[in-house]
Design a protein around this ligand. Structure first.
Ligand code: PHE
Ligand code: FE
Length: 287
């Protein structure tokens, strides 16, 4: 919630960007990308929204090796006017919002070590690029992300970033979308994870609840393990309609004193697609 973004690290520009330095990736780095890509490419068809797979094609991401951001940005620019820029790691909120509001997606330029294929604390280039960039080729999602950046600037001024961040978490990172009677993945945190792209759809443990803006803004989330609840949008058009075309000012005011909702709670007002057993989370707790 800092208004002051602080000073960028040495070697970074004022907007915290750095050169990607594509030439300095080692053969091992590229091999790590290829292994991660191969696993997800096997797993995702039939599970992920087809818009994501279209995005992979448009960006020609099936080409081996870590993508060169300049090349990627050229294709993305043609599709929706977005670019991908490199940053050293997580950046301050205000810097992040400013990039999004200007159609720049910030991506870490480092890749995880070979022994970290399944778990990583900080987002690396595989999560950021494979997970986030394909949907940015789709106009409705591209508009949503830009609007989120603008909304972030308003939320920062209003002191309500925590509420808005939950929206990002339960849509951009861990969202599911309905397709007829089936559910499909679209959140970047899910689609870049081998384990969670199975868990989020197939496991009996988590709740799967119809997306509701105020409900989501009140709901805590987990940063240390698979989510205990996923929220399901009807469509990207509907998500855009409930966010871009809605003034959050009155909603922030209404929710100012509302209690947080726990990660595993079910409310009478929830529309449930699946009531989870929560067995996975409970197993961990007693282990
Ligand atoms: N309409 C939101 C506001 O009034 C901005 C926003 C748009 C936030 C889209 C998130 C996604 O602040
Ligand atoms: Fe992410």
């Amino acid at each position: 919630m800092s208004e002051d973004p602080g000073t960028p690290p040495a070697g970074a520009a004022k907007d915290w960007t750095i050169p990607q330095r594509w030439e300095s990736y080692t053969p091992e780095d590229h091999a790590t990308w290829d292994r991660l890509f191969e696993r997800q490419a096997q797993l995702l068809p039939g599970r992920v929204t087809p818009l994501f797979l279209q995005g992979l094609d448009i960006l020609r991401l099936s080409k081996p090796g870590i993508p060169d951001f300049e090349e990627l940005s050229e294709r993305l620019m043609k599709a929706t006017g977005w670019q991908v820029v490199a940053v050293p790691g997580l950046v301050p909120d205000s810097v992040f919002f400013d990039h999004l509001a200007n159609r720049r997606f910030v991506a870490g330029n480092f890749i995880r070590r070979p022994d970290q294929l399944d778990y990583l604390q900080e987002p690396d280039v595989f999560h950021d690029v494979f997970g986030h960039v394909p949907l940015l080729t789709q106009p409705v999602f591209a508009d949503y992300m830009q609007a989120y950046g603008q909304g972030g600037q308003r939320a920062a001024a209003a002191g309500t970033i925590a509420k808005l961040a939950r929206l990002y978490w339960y849509t951009v990172e861990f969202g599911l979308v309905r397709s007829g009677d089936a559910l499909q993945l679209y959140g970047a945190g899910i689609v870049s994870s081998y384990g969670e792209s199975q868990f989020a759809l197939d496991d009996p443990s988590p709740h799967r609840i119809r997306f509701d803006l105020k409900r989501v803004m009140q709901t805590r989330y987990r940063i240390d393990d698979y989510q205990q609840s996923y929220f399901v949008i009807d469509s990207f058009e509907d998500l855009l309609d409930q966010t871009l075309n809605t003034d959050f000012g009155p909603i922030y005011a209404e929710l100012a004193d509302a209690a947080d909702i726990e990660t595993d709670a079910v409310l009478p007002s929830d529309h449930l697609y699946t009531r989870g057993t929560q067995a996975y989370a409970q197993g961990k707790r007693s282990a």
